[in-house]
Ligand binder design. Structure first.
Ligand SMILES: [Zn+2]
Ligand SMILES: [Zn+2]
Length: 441
C-alpha cells in the first residue's frame, strides 16, 4: 500500500468521526482549565484513547496523558504527536470559567481534538500494520507559562521542578524514548493562511520581582514610608528606556505586569510584585537583555531606598522547526487546503516549550487556521470547526504515515542530524538559569 493510499483510508476514517472530533473540541472549549490543573481535560483524553483500545498512562507531570501505538511493520524511530491541554486567564473572554478565569483563548482545545482525531483515524484504518517504529499520542500540560506564584508553590512542595509542561516531562524522562515530535497550533492570524510553518520562535526566561518598602499612613505620615509602588514604577520606566538598546535582529520582548500594587489606598505600599518574561531569538540575546533588565529593576530600589528581590526562572528555549518535516507537512496541506493557502512563516516572537523539545530532538510546530480574533484576546474564537478541529487530525495522521510508513524512511532521514543539546546538557542549562538576588539600596 502506498503512503497516499494509506492517507486516503485514514482520512476517510477521520471523516466518519468528524462530528465526534468537533464535539470533543467544543466540549474542551467549554471546560477550560489552567496548566497543571487540566484534570477534566486529561480525563477526556484518557477515556477516548482507552476506548480506541490503547493503554494510556495519565498523571505525567501532574496531568499529562500518553498512549503508545506500536507499528507492526518493523523497528524504527518513535514519533510523538502532541496536543496541549491548557487554557489561560483572559479577562472578559465569554467562555471564561467563572471560578478560575481560564479560557481557551489560544485554541489548545483544537490541538486535543486534532490529536484524538488522528488517533481515531489511524486506529480505525488499521494503519499500524503499515508503520514501522512507534507512534506516541501525548496530551501535554501547561504550555502557557502563567499562574506563576501557584506553580512556584508547587515547586517548593516538591510536586514540580520546571514550571512548564514539556520541560517537566523532559526532566521526568517521559520523552527519553521519543526521537522526533510534532504538534499543530491553531492560528487566528489571517497572514498565516490556512496552514503554515514558522522557521523559528523566540525563547524566554521568566522573572518574579518583589519590591519591599515600608508601609505608612498615606495621609498622616507618608514621609515615614518607603513607597514600593514608586520603586516598581521607576523600574518599569527604566526597562522602557533600555528598549532602544535591543537589536532588531534579536527580537527582544520584555513585557512586565504588576501582580500586586499595594494593600489599600490609605497605606503607602510596602510590598509590590511584578512578573515579566525576557524573550529573544537566541540564548545569548536573552541573557544579554536579562542583565539590562536586572539593572533596571535595581534602579527602582536604589531611587526609593527600597529592597528588591529578583527571582529568575528558566523559561522556554528558542525553537527551530525541522525543514524535512516541514516539507512533508507542506505537501499534505497542499492536498488538504490548497497550496495558495499555505504560508512559509518566518520568525515568531512568542515562545513555546516546543522550543525545549527542539533543543533535544527534531520537531515541527506548524499552524492551521480556523480561529478568529486575537490570540490570548477576549475575542479569540473558533470560527471554522472543520479547519480548526478536523484538518489537524488529518495532518497529524498524514505526518505519522510520512514518517513511519515505508520502514520509517521519513523518520530515519529526520533523526539523522544531531540535535543542538543532549538531554543532560538541556537540563543542566535550564537549572543554571535559576537564580535569586536580593538588592538592598
Ligand atoms: Zn498561547
Ligand atoms: Zn498556544
Amino acid at each position: 500500500m502506498t503512503r497516499d493510499d494509506l492517507k486516503r483510508d485514514v482520512w476517510q476514517a477521520i471523516d466518519r468521526r468528524r462530528d465526534e472530533i468537533i464535539a470533543l473540541g467544543e466540549q474542551i472549549r467549554r471546560h477550560p482549565e489552567l496548566g497543571f490543573k487540566e484534570f477534566k481535560t486529561s480525563r477526556i483524553v484518557e477515556d477516548t484513547l482507552a476506548k480506541l483500545g490503547l493503554s494510556p498512562r495519565s498523571g505525567l507531570a501532574l496531568t499529562g496523558v500518553r498512549a503508545d501505538l506500536a507499528g507492526r511493520a518493523g523497528d524504527g524511530p518513535t514519533f510523538a504527536l502532541l496536543g496541549e491541554l491548557d487554557a489561560l486567564v483572559v479577562a472578559g473572554h465569554p467562555d471564561a470559567d467563572p471560578a478560575t478565569g481560564a479560557a481557551h483563548a489560544c485554541g489548545h482545545n483544537a490541538q486535543i481534538a486534532g490529536l484524538l482525531g488522528a488517533a481515531m483515524g489511524l486506529i480505525d484504518a488499521r494503519a499500524a500494520a503499515h508503520l514501522a517504529g512507534r507512534l506516541v499520542f501525548f496530551a501535554v500540560p501547561a504550555e502557557e507559562y502563567g499562574d506563576i506564584e501557584w506553580r512556584v508553590s508547587q515547586a517548593r512542595a516538591g510536586k514540580l521542578e520546571f514550571l512548564g509542561g514539556k520541560p517537566e516531562l523532559l526532566r521526568l524522562g517521559h520523552f527519553d524514548d521519543v526521537d522526533l515530535a510534532m504538534m499543530i497550533h491553531t492560528t487566528a492570524r489571517p497572514e498565516d493562511g490556512k496552514a503554515g510553518v514558522p522557521g523559528s520562535n523566540n525563547g524566554c526566561i521568566v522573572k518574579t520581582v518583589r519590591y519591599v518598602g515600608r508601609a505608612a499612613h498615606a495621609g498622616g505620615a507618608p514621609w515615614m514610608g518607603v513607597n514600593a509602588l514608586y520603586a516598581a514604577q521607576i523600574a518599569l520606566a527604566a526597562i522602557n528606556a533600555i528598549r532602544e538598546t535591543f537589536r532588531d535582529e534579536d527580537t527582544i520582548r520584555v513585557h512586565p505586569i504588576i501582580t500586586h500594587g499595594g494593600s489599600q489606598v490609605n497605606v503607602i505600599p510596602g510590598d509590590v510584585r511584578l512578573e515579566t518574561y525576557v524573550r529573544g531569538r537566541s540564548v545569548e540575546a536573552i541573557l544579554d537583555a536579562n542583565v539590562k533588565v536586572d539593572r533596571a529593576l535595581r534602579a527602582g530600589a536604589l531611587a526609593l531606598g527600597a529592597t528588591v528581590e529578583i527571582e529568575t526562572l528558566p523559561g522556554y528555549m528558542p525553537m527551530h522547526c525541522d525543514a524535512t518535516m516541514a516539507a512533508h507537512f507542506k505537501q499534505t496541506m497542499t492536498r488538504l487546503v490548497g497550496e495558495e493557502h499555505y504560508r512559509q512563516i518566518g520568525h515568531r516572537t512568542g515562545s513555546t516549550d516546543m522550543g525545549d523539545l527542539s533543543q533535544v530532538m527534531p520537531v515541527l510546530h506548524p499552524y492551521i487556521g480556523g480561529a478568529r480574533g486575537s490570540g490570548h484576546g477576549a475575542d479569540f474564537e473558533i470560527a471554522d470547526t472543520a479547519l480548526a478541529y478536523v484538518a489537524p487530525a488529518k495532518a497529524l495522521a498524514a505526518m505519522a504515515i510520512d514518517m513511519l510508513a515505508d520502514g520509517a524512511a521519513g523518520a530515519r532521514e529526520v533523526v539523522g542530524a544531531r540535535p543542538p543539546m543532549t538531554r543532560e546538557h538541556y537540563l543542566s542549562f535550564q537549572r543554571g538559569i535559576a537564580r535569586r538576588e536580593v538588592y538592598e539600596a
